[in-house]
Design a protein around this ligand. Structure first.
Ligand code: FMN
Length: 480
């Protein structure tokens, strides 16, 4: 019998997919405290050698994808640069193009927001990455939940949460227009020569059609795979209508992950798609040791190194909406309620912003029940994310998550760069393979094949088949 992982991802959920395989992506964290940059073993967050080592390890471990986030400005807290971040994050598409040259199979996922980029330009750059990598590119569509980025883009135009997903759908429709303009490989006479598509633009201020030319060929996977990250009801509906994969936040507790999966599948069916059309990859982390006790001790060390006293005060201050740097991190949480007014423009996430009182209440209840200081509470919360145990126990638990249908795979964040994936690839992957829960080799050449996705329908194929085309009629949205 294998030792249990901690925390126990408990309930007795039925196994509904007994042969399902675990899939892995790796999320190279850019700038935040998840990576312990202070550790002597840590490399540079901008040196190409760091990215190279991680991507080569991931490819050796047969990962589906290597994943990069996006930040177009340094992060801010209450109007000042967030000085706990590590400064420096190269542009994702440029970085992934370099990694495409030194890898052969692994998928390359670029996070790019739909609020600030120009859609026709973005679509062309993503398609170029897809073609040059032989069909391994993906676009993680995000809307970006902060106002400070808007000061530099859209001529200072911030978008309210309510408008962001409308614009996201319009931007994605333009991108599909760019990708679809290139002649189908299988198209018949006439259809096969289409090289120009006209679609409505995304800007009501100057309403006009966009003329999209076939400047970039189709890749072996058709066009980039679409990921989505954003957890509000609008974000989930957007994913259900348009995405191939959701990069979710629901990777801590199995019951929560099952609830999320059920909610997403309902939305996918309502959007007219088969329920398993959208794959779910939560972000998570893995810590392994030779014994359960050794793994636990290592995980405790990791969490305390991630959550320094200053980081703990900053995380709690973000929920409370005020500067708590004068508080004692080894003392209790603030006795008063969060300041809601200061959360709006700076942090545009409707979900977190609206839930600050609820989150504060939950944190206070846990801190009181378990007698935790500010830092201990944040360390405890960090401990809820991730799988800790022997390689065999972790492999059992990951397999259970996939076979109950809660997730399709995991997007792993190494806590140290560049060596943080070594244990997973050298110890957890073989344990999964022994259980028949992980492939022995890459079977396909494209990311779409790794993920088991169907081929994308081009605009013309959709027209022919009569399949519901949520993308063909983009709605222009107002620009404030
Ligand atoms: C797992 C995950 C990863 C994200 N990564 C990024 C990122 O790299 N850059 C970014 O601007 N936003 C990122 N976001 C934030 C999204 O842009 C989104 O705006 C935010 O979650 C608010 O949308 P929502 O209200 O639908 O949750 C991420 C969100 C999630 C859930």
């Amino acid at each position: 019998m294998t030792a249990p992982t901690t925390p126990p991802h408990a309930p007795d959920a039925p196994i509904t997919r007994p042969r399902a395989q675990v899939h892995f992506g790796v999320f190279f964290q850019g700038v935040n405290h998840t990576t312990i940059w202070s550790d002597p073993e840590s490399g540079s967050q901008t040196d190409f050698a760091s990215f190279e080592r991680v991507v080569r390890t991931a490819e050796r471990g047969l990962f589906d994808a290597f994943f990069l986030g996006e930040g177009l400005r340094l992060r801010e807290t209450r109007g000042r640069i967030h000085d706990l971040d590590v400064v420096g994050r190269p542009d994702a598409i440029t970085q992934l193009a370099a990694l495409a040259a030194i890898t052969e199979r692994i998928g390359l996922v670029a996070t790019q927001n739909t609020t600030y980029h120009d859609p026709a330009d973005l679509a062309r750059r993503l398609a170029s990455l897809d073609v040059l990598s032989g069909g391994r590119a993906a676009w993680n569509v995000v809307t970006t939940d902060n106002a400070w980025t808007g000061e530099n883009f859209r001529r200072g135009g911030y978008l309210d949460h309510a408008d962001r997903y409308e614009r996201a759908a319009a931007v994605l429709a333009v991108a599909r227009g760019v990708w679809d303009a290139f002649p189908d490989a299988t198209g018949g006479a006439g259809e096969g020569t289409v090289a120009r598509v006209t679609v409505p633009g995304t800007d009501l201020r100057t309403p006009r059609d966009l003329v999209l030319d076939a400047t970039t060929p189709r890749s072996p996977q058709g066009h980039p795979v679409i990921f989505q990250a954003g957890d509000s009801p609008q974000g989930r509906d957007f994913a259900a209508a348009h995405a191939d994969v959701i990069f979710s936040r629901h990777g801590a507790v199995l019951a929560d992950a099952l609830g999320f999966a059920a909610d997403v599948r309902r939305r996918v069916v309502a959007a007219g798609r088969p329920e398993d059309d959208v794959k779910i990859f939560p972000g998570t982390a893995i810590v392994v040791g030779d014994t359960p006790a050794e793994a636990e001790e290592k995980a405790r060390w990791v969490r305390r190194a991630q959550v320094t006293p200053a980081t703990a005060l900053s995380i709690v201050g973000n929920i409370w909406g005020e500067d708590l740097s004068s508080y004692d991190p080894d003392g209790p949480l603030p006795a008063h309620d969060p300041v809601v007014a200061e959360l709006g423009g700076e942090r545009g996430s409707a979900t977190t912003g609206a839930r600050t009182h609820e989150i504060a209440r939950q944190w206070r209840a846990v801190a009181e029940a378990e007698n935790l200081s500010i830092r201990e509470l944040v360390v405890r919360n960090a401990g809820e994310r991730g799988f800790t145990g022997t390689p065999e126990a972790v492999a059992d638990e990951l397999t259970r998550w996939v076979r109950t249908g809660a997730v399709d795979g995991f997007n792993l964040s190494p806590w140290i760069v560049p060596s943080g994936l070594d244990d997973v690839v050298d110890r957890v992957v073989p344990a999964l393979q022994e259980r028949g829960a992980y492939p022995a080799a890459y079977e396909g050449g494209t990311l779409r094949e790794h993920l088991g996705l169907r081929a994308p329908l081009t605009r013309r194929a959709r027209d022919r088949s009569g399949v519901l085309d949520a993308d063909s009629e983009p709605t222009p949205v107002p620009v404030p």
